[in-house]
Design a protein around this ligand. Structure first.
Ligand SMILES: [Fe+2]
Length: 381
């Protein structure tokens, strides 16, 4: 399915047009705080043009199965047949819940087995996504996350991908600085990982390189000054990166970042950026015996060299420093010690950081020993 993407200030007018293509009530999935802070609630109400705009906003920062169940009940109570569109406005959780209700909406109340067993029951109405952060690019992916009993399930299905996304730069103006910083790093790093991924294609590399170049040029300006042009550039960068990873998925730094976030509370994009910096030299040193990219060592190394060039660096050692400098320049910590991670904690990360779907996507095979060496070297620097 081709996704319609509208970007820039005109995207607000496009919302009116997109809603006019549908009829019936609009299911608005948007958290209570986001809805008031994003500055487009009046626009949405105007765009609804008198149609029922039924908002579900009662959910926490990580999408829980119980919240999806409540949303499912909310839809049933209002009568599923009266809805003509789903509008998800917000960060990752609003996107995830919008996607999940679309993918499971017409089935019985979703239980954990529904999710783990992939019992999709797609609801054939358009999902319109309006991201209010510039980070994950979730508005353009067919992935979603849901937590049940503190276990995170990542699911993937074409029904999860929104039909339409609207990138409205002005919603980014009110984003807190720390959120802008860590989510913007996620966009940059998703672009980098997609580019060097073993599943990259000419199309995904084009998208990924646009993401990397835009995010690298504008992230600091976006976080520290929040100019209009930086908001626009970062909303595009995040979306390009989302489109790129929708084709390739992410790689080892994302896999290793998950336990750093889960156990030590380091926000996702921050943990990912740290791991991308740490793994740059490792990936650059890929050889015949450990290359995972079927196109060969030369191809993998050339790709990494091309990313270094995008970051204005000659080699991976330079790229590592450049990313760590950027992390610090936008006000975040750039050393493992700042996260209270020492030698003992590293063993937890090494044990848990091996999601095969991500690690096997890395250009160079990562072993537990190699990861341990990479992390200890970072600790001692
Ligand atoms: Fe990410």
């Amino acid at each position: 399915m081709e996704q319609r993407i509208h970007s820039g200030q005109d995207a607000t007018a496009c919302l009116v047009e997109e809603l006019a293509r549908t009829d019936g009530a609009i299911l608005l999935v948007s958290g209570n705080d986001t809805y008031t802070a994003c500055g487009i609630s009046e626009t949405l109400e105007h765009a609804a043009d008198g149609r029922d705009l039924l908002r579900f906003g009662d959910f926490s920062p990580n999408p829980q199965l119980e919240e999806l169940q409540r949303l499912h009940e909310f839809v049933a109570q209002h009568g599923i047949e009266q809805f003509g569109a789903i509008l998800a406005v917000g960060g990752g959780t609003a996107m995830d819940l919008g996607k999940l209700i679309k993918a499971f909406g017409t089935g019985p109340t979703p239980e954990s087995e529904t999710i783990t067993g992939g019992a999709f029951a797609p609801w054939e109405i358009p999902l319109i996504a309006v991201p209010t952060t510039a980070g994950s690019g979730s508005e353009s992916t067919q992935f979603a996350v849901v937590y049940t009993d503190q276990i995170k399930y990542s699911i993937e299905h074409p029904a999860l991908r929104p039909e339409v996304c609207l990138l409205i730069p002005k919603v980014l103006v009110s984003l807190p600085e720390s959120v802008a910083a860590e989510s913007g790093l996620d966009a940059l790093c998703q672009g980098i990982e997609s580019y060097w991924s073993v599943g990259s294609t000419p199309e995904s590399r084009e998208l990924a390189s646009r993401a990397v170049q835009l995010a690298f040029e504008y992230l600091a300006e976006f976080v520290l000054i929040r100019t209009k042009r930086a908001c626009f550039a970062m909303s595009e960068a995040a979306n390009f990166a989302g489109q790129a990873i929708n084709l390739t998925k992410t790689t080892a730094p994302h896999a290793v970042s998950y336990p750093i976030t889960a156990h030590f509370g380091v926000p996702h994009g921050h943990a990912v950026a740290f791991m991308v910096a740490a793994m740059f030299p490792f990936n650059e040193a890929v050889g015949d015996d450990d290359v995972l990219d079927a196109r060969g060592v030369g191809y993998a190394r050339d790709g990494i060299g091309e990313i270094c060039a995008m970051l204005g660096c000659e080699d991976a050692a330079g790229a590592r420093l450049e990313i760590l400098n950027l992390i610090r320049r936008i006000g975040l910590a750039g050393h493992l010690r700042d996260f209270d991670i020492g030698a003992y904690e590293l063993s937890v990360i090494v044990t848990e950081g091996f999601n095969p779907g991500r690690v096997n996507n890395n250009p160079r095979r990562l072993t537990h020993e190699a990861l341990s060496e990479i992390l200890h070297a970072e600790l001692e620097r």
